[in-house]
Design a protein around this ligand. Sequence first.
Ligand SMILES: C[S@@+](CC[C@H](N)C(=O)[O-])C[C@H]1O[C@@H](n2cnc3c(N)ncnc32)[C@H](O)[C@@H]1O
Ligand code: SF4
Length: 372
Amino acid sequence: MPDVRHLYLHVPYCQAKCPYCDFNSIAGRDDEHAAYVQALLAEVRRLPRGPYDTVFIGGGTPTLLGPRLLEGLLAGLRDHLLLADGYEWTCEANPGSSDAERFAILAAHGVNRLSLGVQSTHDHHLAFLGRVHRGAEAERALALARAAVPRVSADLIMGLPEQTSAELDADLELYRRHDLAHASVYHLTYETGTEFHARRARGELADIAPERSRALFAQAWDGLAALGLEAYETSNFARAGQESRHNLAYWLRRDYHAAGAGAVSTVAGVRTTREKHPARYIAAVAAGDGALWKTEHLTAAELLAETWMLGLRLAGGVATADLAAAGDHEERWRPRADALIGEGLLEERTGHLTLTRAARAVQDEVTVYLLP
Ligand SMILES: C[S@@+](CC[C@H](N)C(=O)[O-])C[C@H]1O[C@@H](n2cnc3c(N)ncnc32)[C@H](O)[C@@H]1O
Ligand code: SF4
């Protein structure tokens, strides 16, 4: 049995579907929540008990579950799972469904890190993003989270069509105001199948200019560095030692178990994707055979592509030794890497290739150029 130290658990429900979001999340279906928690726990009980170094409950919006259901979920998890010394246990929360009672339940069961989807501190941008919360609620939720658990992160989205630099600066101030040691700042993307994607196709929404994206990345990186939050990944910033160890495990290609609708696990080169729709997921778990799970054996080419793609996201870069171990030799990538180094898009340091800040706004294109 491989020693797997990381576990992801998915709760797919949200109060409303945000128009930019392509996560496996679905609005409403409150009547299904109890059956979903039972199914999730049943799937978890079929997994190895651990010990796990990191557990991450993501969504969707896990805090949308009512307090009693949340308590039942956490108690069931604690009954089965072993947590390693010094474990990290994160739960995602939406400021629109955050309250002292839920946060106290999470903390009492061992959750020691909360990640809040703040997105913006400006009410007109929150309305544009279709969020169920407004700035004042996010402020309240952050204060409650800080009082409840030792580690708190907040997500922001930048690069909104009408967003000004002054607004981004004001957003970044929230990390100072709440003394947060971790930030996730994502550039808005138009994901296929989302309402924003359709609106862009109809010409109602435009991409911002690439120079503007570059400027926003630079502003976010500088502004957060001034608060002591250093970029350790393209969109993630932390004080030293406060990085998300769970997300780092993905980027470093560690194995991880998972449970829940649409959740993906990767163990010993086998990637398993669970049924996405919660009702069908519940039925599949009850049937006990995981017949609706999709299993892929990752090929050498896929593993190599992931080594490049995930490694280049990290501030520490991709180790050339890892590339060689994955079967990619320097003769192939060297001419392209040198061309990018010449353009100021790539740096080479102590056996690692690292994207420069200028390259972060065009990361996908640069990565594709380096791939076999
Ligand atoms: C699962 S959500 C976080 C928790 C909760 N569901 C919420 O939204 O408050 C994950 C994060 O991904 C980011 N995100 C999702 N879709 C995005 C998109 N199209 N562009 C940029 N960021 C996105 C948001 O910052 C969001 O907080
Ligand atoms: S961004 Fe978060 S709250 Fe909005 S639909 Fe996606 S998962 Fe749900």
